[in-house]
Design a protein around this ligand. Structure first.
Ligand SMILES: *Cc1c(COP(=O)(O)O)cnc(C)c1O
Length: 369
């Protein structure tokens, strides 16, 4: 049985009629950029996350860049973040001219280790940018406590965790601002690129609205140097359809993760550890084993999809290697060599999942021998 890591086509087919009619109605409307669907989606995402404002942009990376820019973060400023994320997290900090400061991760959750943040704060520190990695919220109460004591801005990179919650509050509402991506593989994904910033800060939301449209609030009058970074109507219409299903998809992911945990426990492989006061949305189901290469080879031989997230921590990427050659972060440097993802998506059948778990069990048995 061939099983992909994620099946985007199955997601589309499950909503084909609804999506097609949303797309057709945009195409026949004549309104393609920043129209009624974008406006409605911004309101719906703000309501969903429990914030006053949401501003859409072209993608999740731009959400981070425009948010940092709108806060006036730039050259000479430091932003504390995690070394274990998609490249865009650090790239956005560098793109505005600021310096990423990498703090090691917590071995259980793979999120930033809040206990190590204070040691990295300097006079130049302006913000903390935690990532809710793989769908699990970072320890936001501890992070906000540190930020309040040092007067720092907290921007959540919630690109992998829309719908997740921490102590009953949704990601997107936990920091001063938060960034989402609607890249097709994300828990809420469009059929192209898209992004969103959520915040309760009216001034910030206003500034991002100006930045995304060439620094103008009145057409052809440009008050500042901005960007061209807007969500289009087609993606907004598609995302509005999909938003109505997000909670049930996230619940399906949780049920399947729980089922994997039961099927794989006691076989000498480290399972994901979800914190007790949060709701994980399992953007990816991540396992850890010292013999990762052999396991992946076994899965590939059986046509079971798997992936490495991420093959390098950010400070070891070529773009940062020289600048950060003198830092050593022991936890992430041990973890990143051993983690991998196995198939998990809302439309996955029990039969497919049972097969993956059984085959993985056989591979683990062979390795033990
Ligand atoms: C996907 C992702 C981004 C970037 O989003 P794009 O829409 O691809 O630009 C940023 N941070 C994290 C953690 C992501 O997973």
């Amino acid at each position: 049985m061939k099983i992909p890591l994620i099946d985007l086509r199955a997601g589309y087919l499950s909503l084909q009629d609804e999506i097609n009619s949303a797309v057709t109605s945009v195409l026949s409307s004549g309104n393609y950029i920043l129209g009624p669907n974008v406006q409605a989606l911004e309101k719906e995402i703000a309501d969903y996350c429990g914030t006053k404002f949401a501003v859409s942009v072209a993608n999740g990376t731009d959400a981070l860049v425009l948010c940092l820019d709108a806060y006036g973060i730039g050259p000479g400023d430091e932003v504390i973040t995690t070394p274990y994320s998609f490249f865009a997290t650090a790239e956005a900090i560098s793109r505005v001219g600021a310096t990423p400061v990498f703090v090691d991760i917590d071995e259980a959750s793979y999120n930033i280790d809040y206990k190590k943040i204070e040691n990295s704060i300097t006079k130049r520190t302006k913000a903390i940018l935690p990532v809710h990695l793989f769908g699990q919220p970072a320890p936001m109460d501890n992070i906000m406590d540190i930020a309040n004591r040092y007067n720092l801005i907290v921007i959540e990179d919630a690109c992998q965790a829309i719908g997740a919650s921490f102590r009953g509050r949704k990601t997107g509402s936990l920091g001063h601002a938060a960034c989402f991506s609607f890249f097709p593989t994300k828990n809420l994904g469009g059929y192209g690129d898209g992004g969103m910033i959520t915040t309760n800060n009216e001034e910030l939301a206003g500034r991002i609205r100006i930045l995304r449209a060439h620094g103008s609030s009145k057409k052809y009058y440009n008050s500042i140097i901005g960007y061209n970074s807007r969500l289009d109507e087609l993606q907004a219409a598609i995302l509005r359809v999909k938003l109505g299903h997000l909670d049930s998809w996230n619940e399906a992911r949780r049920v399947k993760a729980e089922r994997y945990n039961n099927l794989l426990q006691g076989q000498g492989i480290k399972l994901p550890e979800a914190g007790s006061e949060l709701e994980h949305v399992y953007h990816l189901y991540i396992l850890r084993h010292p013999k990762r290469a052999e396991i992946i080879e076994g899965l590939q031989n059986r046509q079971i999809g798997c992936g490495i997230y991420y093959p390098l921590p950010l400070h070891r990427q070529e773009a940062y290697m020289l600048e950060y050659s003198d830092i050593y972060l022991p936890v992430v440097e041990a973890v990143y060599k051993e983690t991998f993802a196995i198939p998990l998506f809302p439309e996955m059948t029990d039969e497919q999942q049972t097969f993956v778990a059984a085959e993985l069990g056989k591979i683990l048995e062979e390795i033990e021998r």
